[in-house]
Write a protein that binds this ligand. Structure first.
Ligand code: NOJ
Length: 750
């Protein structure tokens, strides 16, 4: 560090500092939220009186029951586990049930509970509503590619309306784990590799799910998986996590904090350990950081059987100690393994857990039930008429199509082959995903039904009417190596004007427990593309997948390439909109696509090296095939006239502006991205980091001036002695259409 020009201007200790990202605005939002609670549910006093009175009546068994969650038998989203049973219900030993959906089914369980349990404490119903409930929206990684925060808020709100109309009180979403390793299958469920964008998306999704918190048309959100579930070693799901403290605070923790700022009501603890301590038993994470430092007031649920798994992680010898460790750490609700019900009473008897600790956790859960109005009416969310009206209605279908269109990323478009010319009369539609309804729903289909899904074949038919002749064949499968259909596929390709090849992963090749070591197209799909290319007809490849793939061969065989991820119920209509030019693609990648697996980790915002030009392999360069932020449009945007003030204040903001011109033949949307690099700092800093963006619509032939606000507090970082500092000095300000094509200016932070 050059001490002449740089001194720390903000040094605050870890426990005193409002965590990076906390702003006056976000704090007032939490207050606003609490006010709403108080207004609509009597005064704070009557709530606590009610809860204290109830607590006094509860036996120890009933208290522990409130901390216990069981799964309905119909949808197991984890290994075989203890399921809901009548005897547990009758003994008041179930506080919450997950993954039962539908008014009738939920009503049956709630009725049993209200009839048989002694104190008649209503059950809280949770469900994995990750990217839609009945209407399935694009998978979160896809939707993140839209960079459209308002859209993400609206789809979360719509999912919240559908789920709550089906009797659900609580979703286990959003997953806000930053993921920098495409081998990890759950990268599909998050916002990608960038922390700044991840925080914005976390905020939008929490606000969307909780759009009308405590009312029967909205659900509570759950920030998961706390913490750092997205960084398992080797990209293998459930593997240990080992990150430096500075990386922990700078890269991985901010999105969880953003959820609190957005008013999230619950957290889920992660399966993994963080630097040696399992998150589910970590007092540092669940109490010191989450509650004491960040002020979280809601409750924490474990992940599926994560309490019992503390034994497998080797930090306790038996389940009694597992329950003890978890509850004392601040883990309020125990998902599915029954450890609390089986062992906590004994642990309390032995003095390992205090009754005050139990009471505090029970209070947190009763509070939520009280605020949801369930004590007044346990059937408040159970209205069959509403369920019929709210589910899959026209407006939600329209939104699903809009979201699907906006999630697609155009990766290649040689000779502007797309959108398809009106002269195209014969289409060869080939590939295992071209007419598959099930796979298009992605890895978390909740209660989505494949019959509702529009495939690419159907979407093209809907669009093209009678004028276009479509020939369809699967061509191959994902897993077997049969090429039996290749010759027929090539034959129909030759007889057509254009080939549309729909290839990729099966939906369940990404998601939980779906890590991959090889990231190429599975099976013989790459060979199929090669053969199709040899037909001499233009090949438009439509990819469906839940993670970045290694696409070098696919790029060679394709004239145009569309990354469509898994787009959900309206997938086929949206893809047809794009193929025929009714929607101009505007998505941009939020994860980097490597050439080869050996480049992983391949995230764009890596730290500077003393020998930057040596940063390569002897057999491959370091660059990614498609960089973070990349995505083409049918039109052309040019950037000029980057302007920023010469300096700005350490407490202030700077407005960076740039002119963006639409020089092409179509109206279009562009996401203008602002990156920053600290030129000289007291610690090694990343080569660049996203610190702002704006998505704008620009009619063809027009230029618009895009202003992006840069907040000085975003320019700080954590030091090794765990202080957050914003250091004055020079910063490079870089603006452009992706993380590589950037125009640079310098600004001084005073
Ligand atoms: C395990 C997953 O990790 C978590 O995200 C999910 O919410 C639970 N299972 C419940 O299905």
């Amino acid at each position: 560090m050059n001490l002449n020009i740089k001194t720390n201007i903000l040094i605050v200790s870890l426990l005193l500092i409002p965590f990076k990202g906390v702003s006056a605005i976000s704090i007032s939002n939490i207050k606003a939220n609490n006010k709403t609670i108080n207004k609509s549910h009597k005064s704070e006093k009557s709530e606590s009186d009610f809860i204290n009175e109830l607590l006094r009546k509860m036996t120890l068994e009933e208290k522990i029951g409130q901390l216990s969650q069981y799964v309905g038998k119909e949808l197991l989203t984890g290994p075989l586990s203890k399921t809901l049973s009548d005897s547990l219900l009758e003994r008041g030993m179930i506080g919450s049930v997950l993954n039962i959906g539908g008014v009738e089914k939920i009503k049956r369980v709630q009725e049993l509970n209200m009839k048989h349990s002694r104190l008649k404490i209503p059950i809280l119903f949770g469900f994995d509503v990750i990217h839609g409930f009945k209407t399935i929206f694009p998978v979160p990684l896809a939707e993140a590619s839209s960079w459209d925060l308002d859209l993400m808020r609206r789809t979360a709100k719509a999912a919240s309306i559908e789920a709550s109309a089906s009797g659900i009180h609580w979703t286990f979403a959003p997953m806000v784990d930053i993921a920098r390793d495409p081998r990890w299958g759950r990268i599909v469920e998050g916002a990608g590799e960038d922390t700044y964008l991840g925080c914005k998306i976390a905020d939008a999704r929490v606000r969307g799910f909780q759009w009308n918190l405590w009312q029967p048309n909205s659900v509570m959100a759950c920030a998961k998986h706390f913490a750092v579930y997205g960084a398992p070693q080797g990209g293998v799901d459930y593997a240990p996590v080992d990150v430096s403290n500075t990386t922990l605070f700078e890269t991985y923790l901010p999105p969880y904090k953003a959820c609190i700022d957005a008013g999230v009501q619950t957290f889920m603890s992660a399966f993994n350990d963080v630097n040696g301590m399992p998150a589910t038993g970590s007092k540092f994470l669940l109490t010191d950081l989450l509650r004491k430092q960040w002020g979280f007031k809601g409750f924490v649920v474990s992940d599926w059987a994560a309490v019992a798994q503390l034994k497998n992680q080797g930090v306790v010898a038996n389940e009694e100690d597992a329950g003890t460790l978890a509850l004392n750490a601040g883990l309020d609700m125990n998902m599915t393994d029954g450890v609390y019900n089986a062992h906590l009473a004994e642990a309390i008897k032995k003095g390992k857990v205090s009754i005050e600790t139990v009471d505090e956790s029970v209070r947190r859960i009763l509070r939520v039930k009280y605020r949801l109005g369930l004590f007044k009416d346990p059937y408040r969310f159970l209205d069959l008429k509403r369920e019929k009206q709210e589910i899959r209605n026209d407006s939600i279908m329209k939104l699903a199509r809009e979201a699907a269109c906006k999630s697609v990323v155009l990766l290649k478009n040689d000779k502007d082959i797309l959108p398809l010319s009106k002269r195209i009369k014969r289409i060869a539609l080939i590939g295992p995903l071209a007419n598959d309804q099930n796979e298009l729903m992605g890895s978390w289909k909740a209660r989505g039904e494949k019959e509702d899904v529009v495939t690419v074949l159907q979407g093209i038919k809907n669009k093209s009417g009678n004028g276009i002749d479509i020939k369809y064949i699967r061509g191959c499968d994902w897993t077997d190596s049969s090429k039996a259909e290749f010759s027929e596929a090539v034959k129909i390709a030759k007889e057509s004007d254009v080939v549309i090849a729909v290839v990729g992963e099966k939906a369940l090749m990404s998601g939980e427990d779906r890590s991959r070591a090889y990231l190429n197209l599975p099976g013989v799909q790459e060979e199929l593309l090669e053969e199709l290319k040899k037909s001499g007809k233009p090949v438009i490849t439509v990819l469906m997948n839940g993670r970045p793939l290694t696409l070098a061969n696919v790029v060679k065989s394709s004239d145009a390439l569309l990354e469509t991820w898994f787009l959900g119920t309206q997938a086929g209509n949206a893809i047809a909109d794009i193929l025929f030019g009714d929607y101009n693609p505007s998505g941009k990648l939020t994860v980097s696509f490597p050439y080869a697996e050996g480049q992983i980790p391949n995230y764009y915002n890596y730290k500077r090296s003393g020998r930057p030009t040596y940063l390569k392999y002897i057999d491959l360069k370091k660059d990614n095939l498609f960089p973070f932020g990349f995505g083409l449009s049918y039109t052309k945007f040019t950037y000029s006239n980057l302007q920023c003030p010469p300096s700005f204040d350490s407490q202030g903001k700077a407005i960076v502006s740039i002119d963006v011109t639409n020089n092409g033949n179509y109206d279009g949307e562009e996401t203008v991205q602002l990156y920053v690099a600290d030129k000289v700092a007291s610690m090694v800093r990343p080569v660049k980091e996203l610190k702002g963006f704006k998505k704008v619509f620009i009619p063809k032939g027009k230029t618009i001036k895009v202003d992006i606000e840069l907040n000085s507090q975003e320019l700080g970082f954590w030091t090794n002695d765990m202080k957050y500092v914003v250091e004055p000095g020079e910063f490079n300000i870089m603006v452009g259409p992706n993380s590589e094509q950037l125009t640079t200016q310098t600004i001084i932070l005073k």
